[in-house]
Design a protein around this ligand. Structure first.
Ligand code: NAD
Length: 258
């Protein structure tokens, strides 16, 4: 179904575990050339890359702390040096950083949440833009930017997660501007917006809290990597979504509806 992803060059930020890794593994199974990224190499890096290569993809790891603009630019340069260009950029790196009530937010926290969730996507997209444009011109197909939003971007976020929720809403919104001004470059911009997924993101929650959250989701459970990975394949595939841009795909088991 996603045959056109074979050989596509896909850079996924923050992808050594969780949702990003599930997406990377799915692209590898389609025969894509996949760049995974984290601040540091994970302990199981060789096994991760080996499995993706055995599945038919090319896979490489690129270390970069994407809270820092220069590291975002370097990541894109390193990926292009290895694979010769970029067809698909997935801005997945993100996280809560911590939880702080309105009364406790200080400049350092504001900067840390903004740098990880907004600056990283902004600067990676900026750096990838000429490469995505060149890839579209060369192939005659659209290139794709896919950013990972959040249910928090719609609802405002849970306890202490106001800045995180606002940062995700910012991502949901800035894509609209990119659609207006960069569709001519042959690039589509779409958001995959997860609900509650069973990753390290929720490591701070007790089993009791997890069960309470799950009970509030119509499907009665947290999402797993396999529940969301195909959404990235869909938005990356020109054959599947070549006329779809500026959209937010909510993957949340019915937890939030518009
Ligand atoms: P995770 O904690 O399992 O994975 C986070 C990934 O980001 C890891 O690979 C980590 O190495 C990387 N990362 C963290 N800081 C980084 C940095 N400074 N530079 C580079 N990489 C960095 O989390 P996840 O649940 O897989 O989250 C992935 C995305 O999905 C995030 O943008 C998150 O905000 C979003 N999201 C998650 C959920 C959820 O319920 N899990 C819900 C909504 C949105």
């Amino acid at each position: 179904m996603f045959n056109d992803l074979k050989g596509k060059r896909v850079l996924i930020t923050g992808s050594t575990m969780g949702i990003g890794l599930a997406a990377a593994q799915a692209f590898a199974r389609c025969g894509a050339k996949v760049g995974i990224n984290g601040r540091h190499a994970p302990q199981n890096l060789d096994a991760l890359l080996g499995a993706m290569r055995a599945d038919g993809g090319e896979a490489e790891f690129f270390a970069a702390d994407l809270s820092v603009s220069a590291a975002c630019t370097q990541l894109v340069a390193d990926f292009v040096a290895r694979f010769g260009g970029i067809d698909v950029l997935i801005n997945n790196a993100g996280g809560l950083v911590g939880r702080k009530a309105l009364t406790d937010i200080d400049d350092d926290f504001y900067k840390a949440v903004g740098d990880l969730n907004m600056r990283s996507a902004l600067v990676c997209t900026q750096a990838a833009l000429p490469h995505l444009k060149a890839a579209a011109a060369a192939s005659g197909e659209t290139s794709a930017v896919i950013s990972v939003g959040s249910i928090a971007g719609h609802t405002g976020g849970g306890p202490g997660a106001s800045l995180y929720g606002a940062a995700k809403a910012w991502l949901h919104n800035i894509h609209k501007n990119w659609v207006d001004y960069h569709t001519n470059d042959g690039i589509r911009f779409n958001i995959v917006s997860p609900g509650v997924f069973d990753t390290a993101f929720h490591a701070d929650k007790s089993e009791e809290v997890r069960q309470r959250i799950a009970a509030g989701i119509p499907m009665g459970r947290f999402g797993q990597g396999a529940d969301i990975a195909p959404s990235f394949l869909f938005f990356a595939s020109h054959a599947c979504s070549g006329y779809i841009t500026g959209q937010i795909l909510d993957v949340n088991g019915g937890q939030h509806m518009h």
